[in-house]
Design a protein around this ligand. Structure first.
Ligand code: R5P
Length: 301
């Protein structure tokens, strides 16, 4: 169902798979919500329908499984410009194609740069949460000439852990690899507990190994494994194995963006992970940590 809106100064546009998060954000921002209606033709093309001609729009779409979504975003942004929109903000709680930031092997396309130029051509402002940036330190470099805001969910994850009794329970926050260090330090500080990071070696999409610093003794403590993205789940399973080998007690896990199929939860449980929680930017059955307040603050700013 689409919300019928005519010419309005500003509106928030969501997509069907992300309507819950879009609704929360619209409420936080006090904006009318319109959900784009999508039709997929038998040959795979998309038809996008959206009533209304806003002068400004905040368009919300998490870019997990991004390929079709990107084309639909392009169609929508193009249509809104044709209808006279002056300012378009993209809220992509999860931003795709950020990992490939260099040519790791000869001939590989540097997706981050190309995607950045594409989105910079469509939107005036891009807001995201915990983008997967390594060698690029400032998100603005990805979107030439545009405003870009990278938010961290670390304080919210830390507050969630604190609410679960992390400090009194002597929890440890564990990151699977050194790249997670800033995230882990911030989560641990907000939870009032110790944070440690392991080391990860990736050999393939689903082939990773994690090890903890030599001599790590988790002494039966509750361990909260935190990662920015949980995609195949391989990294999390390996981190759980390493934590148990180092003497962890209860195991909990948090992925800020949960991209894995629900069926993986049984494998997490079999690996000893008692509970998995995620941020609600990507719709998932594990959504626990509300990101809409954080994102609304950045959209308003
Ligand atoms: C990698 O650098 C990220 O922080 C995550 O650890 C990674 O994307 C997780 O991927 P997967 O769940 O497929 O192992």
């Amino acid at each position: 169902m689409m919300l019928e809106v005519g010419t309005v100064p500003q509106m928030l546009v969501g997509f069907p798979e992300g309507r819950i998060f879009a609704g929360r954000l619209a409420e936080e921002l006090g904006l009318p919500l319109a959900v784009a209606d999508l039709h997929r033709f038998p040959d795979g093309e998309s038809l996008v329908r959206l009533p209304g001609s806003p002068r400004q729009a905040v368009i919300v779409r998490a870019l997990d499984r991004p390929n079709d979504k990107l084309v639909e975003l392009h169609l929508l942004a193009g249509a809104l410009r044709e209808r006279g929109a002056e300012r378009l903000t993209l809220v992509a709680p999860y931003l795709a194609y950020m990992r490939q930031d260099i040519e790791f092997n000869p001939g590989e396309v540097v997706s981050q740069r190309i995607l950045g130029r594409w989105l910079a051509g469509l939107f005036d402002r891009i807001v995201t949460v915990e983008p997967h940036l390594h060698r690029t330190h400032d998100l603005a470099e990805v979107f030439p000439g545009r405003e870009a805001v990278a938010l961290t969910a670390a304080p919210l994850v830390g507050q969630w852990a604190a609410g679960q009794g992390a400090a009194a329970g002597g929890w440890v926050v564990l990151g699977p690899d050194e790249e997670a260090e800033p995230l882990i330090a911030a989560v641990a500080a907000a939870a009032g507990v110790r944070g440690i990071c392991g080391r990860k070696v990736r050999r393939g999409d689903r082939d990773v190994t994690c090890s903890l610093p030599p001599g790590t003794d988790l002494g039966g403590r509750t361990v909260l494994i935190v990662d920015d993205v949980v995609s195949s789940g391989g990294t999390l399973l390996e981190a759980a194995r390493a934590a148990r080998a180092a003497g962890a007690g209860r195991l909990l896990a948090c992925g800020i963006h949960a991209l894995f199929p629900e069926e993986m939860l049984a494998r997490f449980q079999a690996a000893g992970i008692e509970r998995f929680v995620s941020g609600d930017g990507v719709a998932h059955v594990t959504n626990t940590i509300a990101l809409s307040g954080l994102v609304a603050g950045a959209v308003r700013a």
